[in-house]
Design a protein around this ligand. Structure first.
Ligand code: FAD
Length: 498
């Protein structure tokens, strides 16, 4: 170290997925430029869920230099090509939200416009027939393809992921301290956090603090009182119960989200076991009834005691305040329907790495960080609301409430624009791309009344050839893929993933 400046002391409070992702990323990116400490309490433990992810995690792991096959072995991960939504529009129907693209877009218009022109001219093939990820998921196949032709994420054991990241972070210089944070001490003059006082008497000082204490939000809320925007009027589920079961084989490359009369259930297949849970609105379903429903519908043998987790959907009003940044559940929770929480952790960490203060915290950085992080959260929130709002279900008070609820203007505009013209626009580097919105809108029963006139330019012969070549390409690509579980076993040296 040549610099004469003292090293910035960064303290990560909490060692769940958020804390260890942050510690590993900072340690492996910044190295000795910072002095990094993580405090966690084994006695308190972690939330113990969070197993389904979305494709940007592949990039996060690459950025921090994690070898993928080692990561998959360590976390007992499987590949994930999307989410199957059952019973969301009506009971008994399902659709798939795949990663990646469907068909081929023109710069003026997404593929859905050409597909709809085809429908009008008598081509009855499903929109699903044009998506490699979707067809591979249902064929239970997977392989890495050149040019990232097959977009994927992971289904992983979050506890193992945190343990793996801990090892990497410690190897890269992060100091771990075990103990319960008893007090967050503020500097009387600046109002900044000065130190964490542990119940064993240790005092940990720092210049920058990451609040990764989960729902407790000990620093950002407990000490700094930034406030919380409650979004339950948009996202009414407020409780979950999770249970792990033995594997149901073969492990499929997608997550299932199965709606019921007061919420939904998840099934996430890993190499060594399956994650299951029920998400529900406590106004319409009691905890006992939810537990009965979960236990009577799981496949495989329970391996853990059911873990009940109440939550309030919403976001902390400031994600960065003074010298404290909320990362993970301390910053808010949008419920796990589209597996976006770990992604929001990743976004916060990468954002912080870009805005790492050189000396004093800049209020400009803070404002920019808050604006960007909260924009992400609002955009994800709107996408989640769509699943509840756009439904033809009226069979329970829960679904009637969802269908009748007021929704944000931004989402209303998106839905109506699609309904009228088939168009979707992506703003501010929005996470969910056009194809995601199109799949979920159509899956939830919103069909466009019109489509872009450019699709009419094609003659019957051209359109037929265009559509058929896309379908053939999907079919032949998928036919050539190996079985998902075989590929996982070979790729990461798993004993048996069948
Ligand atoms: P936690 O895991 O709760 O960690 C908090 C840490 O702070 C722990 O180490 C704890 O010991 C420590 N701590 C707390 N208080 C103190 C104290 N006083 N002293 C010292 N240490 C302390 N996300 C996804 O991306 N995909 C999913 O499929 C998904 N499913 C979910 C399902 C449910 C029902 C829920 C509730 C969440 C789900 N999530 C999912 C979200 C995901 O679980 C979290 O984003 C992720 O686990 C990060 O949690 P965390 O690290 O912020 O908090």
């Amino acid at each position: 170290m040549n610099s004469t400046q003292p090293r910035k002391r960064i303290v990560v409070a909490g060692g769940g997925t958020a804390g260890w992702m942050a510690a590993a990323a900072i340690a492996r990116t910044m190295g000795e430029a910072v002095d990094l400490t993580l405090v966690e309490s084994d006695a308190i433990g972690t939330v113990g869920v969070g197993e389904s992810t979305i494709p940007p995690l592949v990039n996060f792991n690459r950025i921090i230099g994690i070898p993928e096959s080692e990561f998959m072995r360590e976390t007992q991960a499987t590949f994930k090509l999307g989410i199957e939504f059952e019973n969301w529009r009506v009971d008994g129907e399902k659709y798939f939200h795949s990663f990646g693209s469907t068909g081929r877009d023109h710069w003026t218009a997404g593929f859905q416009h050409f597909w709809m022109e085809g429908l009008q001219r008598g081509h009855g093939e499903s929109y699903d027939d044009y998506c490699i990820e979707l067809q591979a998921a249902y064929a239970n196949k997977f392989a890495h393809l050149p040019d990232d032709l097959l977009n994927y994420a992971y289904q992983l054991d979050a506890t193992r992921y945190a343990a793996y990241l801990r090892r990497l972070a410690e190897e890269a210089g992060c100091t771990r301290i075990e103990g319960r944070i008893a007090e967050v001490q503020l500097d009387g003059e600046s109002g900044n956090i000065a130190a964490l006082l542990l119940d064993n008497g240790k005092r940990i000082e720092g210049e920058l603090f990451l609040d990764c204490t989960g729902f407790r939000a000990l620093l950002i809320e407990g000490a700094l009182h930034v406030g919380y925007d409650d979004w339950r009027h948009y996202l009414p589920c407020d409780s979950a119960i999770a249970v792990q079961t033995s594997s149901v084989r073969p492990a499929i490359p997608y997550t299932r989200a199965i709606a019921h009369d007061a919420g939904w259930q998840w099934r996430i297949p890993l190499q060594h076991r399956q994650g299951n849970g029920i998400v529900y609105c406590s106004r319409y379903l009691s905890k006992d009834a939810a537990l009965d429903r979960l236990l009577s519908t799981i496949e495989g043998e329970p391996l853990t005691q059911p873990n009940a987790i109440p939550f309030v959907t919403g976001a902390r009003r400031k994600q960065w305040h003074r010298n404290c940044i909320a990362v993970g559940l301390s910053g808010g929770f949008l419920e796990p329907l589209e597996s976006t929480s770990i992604h929001l952790i990743q976004r916060a960490i990468l954002r912080l790495l870009r805005m790492m203060p050189a000396g004093e915290v800049s209020e400009r950085d803070v404002a920019e960080f808050n604006d960007q992080q909260l924009t992400d959260m609002v955009q994800v929130r709107d996408f989640l609301i769509l699943h509840y709002k756009a439904t033809d279900r009226r069979d329970s008070p829960f679904w009637r409430q969802c269908a009748a609820m007021e929704i944000p203007d931004t989402l209303q505009q998106k839905i109506e624009l699609f309904r009228e013209t088939g168009r979707v626009f992506r703003k501010n580097e929005e996470l969910f791309v056009e194809n995601s919105w199109v799949q979920v809108m159509m899956g939830q029963g919103i069909m466009p009344k019109a489509h872009h006139p450019i699709a009419r330019k094609m003659s019957d012969e051209e359109l037929t050839r265009f559509l058929a070549s896309l379908r053939d390409n999907v079919a032949s690509t998928v036919a050539a893929l190996p079985a998902h579980y075989q590929y996982v076993a070979q790729y990461c040296g798993a004993k048996e993933v069948e």
